[in-house]
Design a protein around this ligand. Structure first.
Ligand code: NHR
Ligand code: GAR
Length: 214
């Protein structure tokens, strides 16, 4: 199950990856909190069920999250992905999906939690930047890290050029982590992400350190 708010290029990368031979997972549905999210079109084109649930139709975050939870649970998914989903989720929601809710965030967490990560990386003079997949917990962008990929920031980069480069890394990271989860290799044990039964370092694994085929 994939939750989106926008263009859904990460969703597309997941659709394309899971369409490959021998895939252990499939996307049962896509939910957007915005009716004009282009990712809904991508899902429909791939024959995936879609729902729109606008946060504006609810009195508060708790009411929205309860309705969202009902929509998700109707699909009975094993895993829920935040792929450019732009609403902060309540503690009750996050607890309900503990260990099966992942987010892809456009920074090298724990740096630059929250929004406008590319501009903040530039403003702070960072020499590198990237993307992170992590388990979602109550702490915004603070759950256990799973996998990161880095890019170098060079002279002349702006927020747009960083976004483009970071997104190319995202399209590699999220499908790989989903494959691990689908193969039952990835778990959240207490507050630690584990791969193949061993703890993942608190700083997360690095894509560039993995041997091909892992
Ligand atoms: N919810 C919880 N509880 N924990 C996390 O780690 C979450 C989460 C919900 C979303 C994605 C996150 C990101 O990767 C995510 C992680 C939205 C905002 C935000 O400020 C911040 C971080 C993330 C997503 N949203 C505004 C809000 O008031 C709305 C902004 C908008 O609509 O454009 O919810 O970056
Ligand atoms: C991605 O870069 C993702 O990391 C980021 O939004 C983009 C979504 O693009 N997520 C957030 O900023 C979450 N607050 P997409 O809709 O094309 O996948």
């Amino acid at each position: 199950m994939v939750l989106i708010s926008g263009s859904g290029t990460n969703l597309q990368a997941l659709i394309d990856d899971l369409a490959g031979q021998g895939s252990l997972a499939s996307i049962v549905g896509v939910i957007a909190n915005k009716a004009d999210a282009y990712g809904l079109q991508r899902a429909a084109n791939a024959g995936i069920a879609t729902r729109t649930l606008s946060h504006r139709d609810f009195v508060d975050r708790a009411a929205f999250d309860q309705a969202l939870q009902r929509e998700i649970d109707a699909f009975n998914p094993d895993l829920i992905l935040l792929a450019g989903f732009m609403r902060i989720l309540t503690a009750d929601f996050v607890k309900h999906y503990r260990g099966r809710l992942l987010n892809i965030h456009p920074s090298l967490l724990p740096k630059h939690k929250g929004l406008q990560t590319h501009q903040r990386a530039l403003d702070e003079g960072d020499l590198e930047h990237g993307a992170t997949v992590h388990f979602v917990t109550e702490e915004l962008d603070g759950g256990p890290l799973i996998l990161q990929s880095r890019i170098k920031i060079i002279q002349g980069d702006d927020a747009a050029s960083l976004a483009t480069q970071v997104q190319q890394q995202e399209y590699l990271l999220f499908p790989l982590v989903v494959r691990w989860f689908a193969a039952d290799r990835l778990h959240l044990n207490h507050d630690r992400a584990c791969l193949d039964g061993g703890p993942i370092p608190a700083s997360g694994l690095r894509l560039e350190d993995l041997e091909s085929g892992i």
